[in-house]
Design a binder for this molecule. Structure first.
Ligand code: 4AD
Ligand code: MG
Length: 431
């Protein structure tokens, strides 16, 4: 007999299959038990009738606890009323492990209680849905870059220097003599990759020792960073827009069940999937100042300002050309206004904040080394990076997408901590 995953159950209608999973829920009424069985790919209702199995087994099932692991055998029947559209008429059931009383119950639990038990909470429907959507988001991005001929170019995590400023670096000893830092971004290495392969992307964990306790900040998050030789700011904005749209399209196509579980308003995702709104930093400041009169031109936007801005539009919002003063050393100075840099932030709708940060890179040797001095960075440790401006420097651009922030918006979950299996936060390194 064939083992089937619940996700593929429709192919087995009318046939007998084996399902290997866990008891999600049990209800009994007289001579019938209804078992909700999950196997990681879906949930199916199994019906156990006293007439189909031995009395002893029927009695055992009547006390079976949540999350007990089971292997069941039965016939798949289409049933419109059943969640998922199919039911399993169970003929045999073996209990692999009878679970101890499961700590996560149907009642409301506080967030701390759940985060302490993240290793178990992952089994709950909403957490499960978030992470399945995360997987589709990453797959859709890989697909797009693959189709467009990008080389996957994994950047290192142990770094000799900072990329995004020195204030939020995690430092560690590197054997006897040296220090290493956990990567804040793979960008500098991706730039070397772009000069070798033309177009590359890196995807991996990145780290920020940020003392921020907000719903958008993790200390360890995943960033996807494409980098393209001969691309200018406009080219890279178009790439970012295409990528987000491809991701939304894939999720809408493949993850309807999960979006329903999360009660996500999919009309909002569809509305976001059209030509992105684009404004300059200067115009964004005007919008912000309408509601926040203390905002001064030249500052970076705070979370509330970003919410005001994104609420104006139904698509993600592209904001370009910020003041040079508030941006990192590697961004290219705007040839039309040397107080600005050729950079872009993309804000998700509904107040989810910045999901993408990117720029055209400074490709001029003299300006770059000048920027390094201005930012008080150690030029010696960046010599390899400066080499990219000595040997065949070309205009090039790239961006970084924060996977968890994008997933949070797509799922409609408030806090990024639910969009990664084991979140690392200012006050949490457990489990
Ligand atoms: O804007 P950021 O800092 O840009 C960079 O690191 C560039 N070097 C990327 C590049 O051009 N290749 O970070 C990029 C994105 C942000 O827009 C945000 O989505 C996410 O990374 N991000 C975080 N996500 C969760 N927690 C944090 N603490 C984050 N910090 C940044
Ligand atoms: Mg940024």
């Amino acid at each position: 007999m064939e083992h089937s995953y619940i996700e593929e159950i429709s192919a087995h209608e009318g046939h007998e299959v084996i399902i290997k999973g866990w008891i999600f829920n049990r209800r009994s009424s007289g001579k019938i038990h209804f078992l909700m069985i999950r196997d990681g790919t879906g949930i199916i209702q199994g019906v156990v009738s006293a007439t189909d199995i031995s009395q002893e087994l029927f009695d055992t099932v009547s006390t079976i606890g949540r999350e007990s692991s089971v292997i069941v055998q039965g016939v798949i029947k289409a049933d419109k009323r059943a969640p998922g559209g199919y039911e399993l008429l169970i003929k045999d059931i073996s209990i692999i492990n009878s679970s101890q009383p499961y700590p996560i119950t149907k009642k409301e639990h506080g967030i701390d209680f759940l985060m302490e038990r993240r290793h178990l909470w992952l089994r709950s429907s909403k957490q499960h849905a978030n992470l399945r959507i995360r997987r589709s988001v990453i797959n859709a991005a890989h697909d797009l870059f693959n189709k467009r001929g990008f080389t996957l170019f994994n950047a290192p995590i142990l770094m000799p220097t900072a990329c995004e400023g020195t204030t939020n670096l995690f430092e560690t000893d590197y054997f006897e003599k040296n220090k290493a830092y956990l990567s804040q971004s793979g960008q500098l290495y991706a730039e070397a990759g772009a000069m070798a392969f033309g177009k590359v992307y890196t995807l991996g964990p990145t780290f920020r020792a940020e003392k921020s306790k907000t719903r958008r900040h993790l200390t360890e998050f995943w960033m996807l960073e494409p980098e393209v030789a001969y691309a200018d700011l406009d080219n890279i904005i178009c790439l970012a827009e295409d990528m987000i749209k491809a991701i939304i399209t894939t999720v809408l196509l493949d993850r309807q069940t999960e979006l329903k579980t999360l009660e996500r308003d999919t009309e909002k995702l569809k509305a976001a999937n059209s030509q992105f709104a684009r404004i300059s930093y200067k115009d964004a400041v005007k919008i912000v100042q309408e509601t926040n009169s203390s905002f001064i031109y030249g500052e970076d936007f705070g979370a509330l300002d970003e919410t005001v801005l994104s609420n104006r539009f139904s698509t993600p919002l592209v904001i370009h050309r910020y003041p040079k003063k508030i941006k990192p050393f590697y961004m290219k100075t705007d040839p039309e206004d040397n107080e600005l840099v050729l950079c872009v932030d993309i804000l998700a709708p509904d107040g989810y904040g910045e999901i993408i940060g990117g720029s055209q890179r400074e490709d001029d040797y003299n300006i770059l080394t000048d920027n390094i001095k201005q930012h008080n960075l150690d030029q010696a440790s960046l010599e390899w990076y400066i080499d990219l401006r000595r040997y065949g420097s070309v205009p090039h651009s790239g961006f970084g997408l924060g996977i968890e922030r994008l997933v949070a918006w797509i799922c409609g979950v408030k806090h990024v901590r639910e969009t990664i299996p084991f979140p690392r936060l200012l006050e949490r390194l457990w489990p």
